[in-house]
Write a protein that binds this ligand. Structure first.
Ligand SMILES: NC(=O)c1ccc[n+]([C@@H]2O[C@H](COP(=O)([O-])OP(=O)(O)OC[C@H]3O[C@@H](n4cnc5c(N)ncnc54)[C@H](O)[C@@H]3O)[C@@H](O)[C@H]2O)c1
Length: 252
């Protein structure tokens, strides 16, 4: 655990003043945007990631592979040692792969499920165990994808893994509502991050932008804004949902 991975967390002010938050996959992309936004709301954020966060306002970082059971358990315990109570757990760790169904090999399929589906299960389970022990309720917010709802050509492994993220979130929501714990999935559309950057063309950006009635792709901040709302008191009556953050690319 390093406590100096970036500027110390913001002083206790804002909608999430002093709240302990774990963000898996918080070193880059959408997760990094989430870390910034939560810290700006006064939350104390510990990042779990395979890569170290650079210049982010974190209270701590634990190198973690979310697909590894022991790694997740040890990391969550370290985060809880820093934060006291982990009131909000966010899983933004994920990997992507583009290939037609007929060209998707089993090793790739399994790796995508391991990180995206199993990683979500392991982190959600750890959060649930922690919140059961400390009491007082909490939030689990898992980043799925629009692909969970409508698939996506050449995304068979990814779309299946993200459907699992929604399913894990719904089951946990059913089981933990009685303890005041809400669990939701968030389904972004297209957010230009490092994910997919190696295959992204200008034509892709134009084509995807045109699918949104708003005419643009998403930003990490578009996702982070919803997460802050769901983590706040105003978000207490939402559970078991799969929220689109797609600029209207998906409407169900
Ligand atoms: N970018 C998009 O268009 C988009 C759309 C829908 C859903 N999503 C989902 O949002 C989440 C964040 O995506 P992003 O665009 O920020 O991607 P990204 O590649 O920019 O960031 C992913 C983060 O997860 C971390 N990570 C990867 N494998 C890990 C592992 N095994 N253990 C721990 N950390 C790991 C990476 O180090 C990185 O910090 C992912 O779950 C992704 O599937 C992204």
């Amino acid at each position: 655990m390093t406590a100096e991975a970036g500027t110390p967390s913001a002083p206790a002010a804002g909608r999430l003043a002093g709240v302990g938050v774990v963000v898996a996959g918080g070193s880059r992309g959408i997760g990094a945007g989430v870390v910034r936004r939560f810290a700006a709301e006064g939350a104390r954020v510990v990042v779990l990631d395979v890569n170290e966060p650079v210049g982010l306002p974190v209270a701590g970082f634990v190198r973690t592979d979310v697909s590894d059971e022991g790694s997740v358990a040890a990391a969550f315990a370290e985060a809880a040692a820093v934060l006291g109570t982990v009131r909000v757990t966010i899983n933004s760790a994920g990997i992507h792969h583009l290939a037609p169904v007929v060209d998707t090999d089993l090793a790739t399929w399994r790796r995508i499920q391991d990180v995206n589906a199993t990683g979500t299960f392991l982190l959600t389970r750890e959060a649930g165990r922690h919140l059961a022990a400390v009491g007082g309720g909490g939030r689990v917010l898992n980043i799925a994808s629009m692909a969970a709802k409508q698939g996506g050509a050449n995304e068979v492994a990814y779309a299946a893994s993200k459907a699992a993220v929604v399913a894990v979130s719904r089951v946990a929501a059913l089981e933990w509502g009685c303890h005041g714990v809400t669990v939701n999935a968030i389904c972004p559309g297209y957010v230009p991050t490092e994910m997919g950057a190696d295959t992204r063309t200008e034509e892709d950006v134009a084509r995807w932008s045109a699918l949104s009635p708003l005419g643009r792709l998403g930003t990490p901040d578009d996702v982070a804004g919803l997460l802050v709302f769901l983590a706040s008191e105003e978000g207490s009556y939402f559970t078991g949902q799969a929220f689109n953050v797609t600029g209207g690319m998906a409407m169900h």
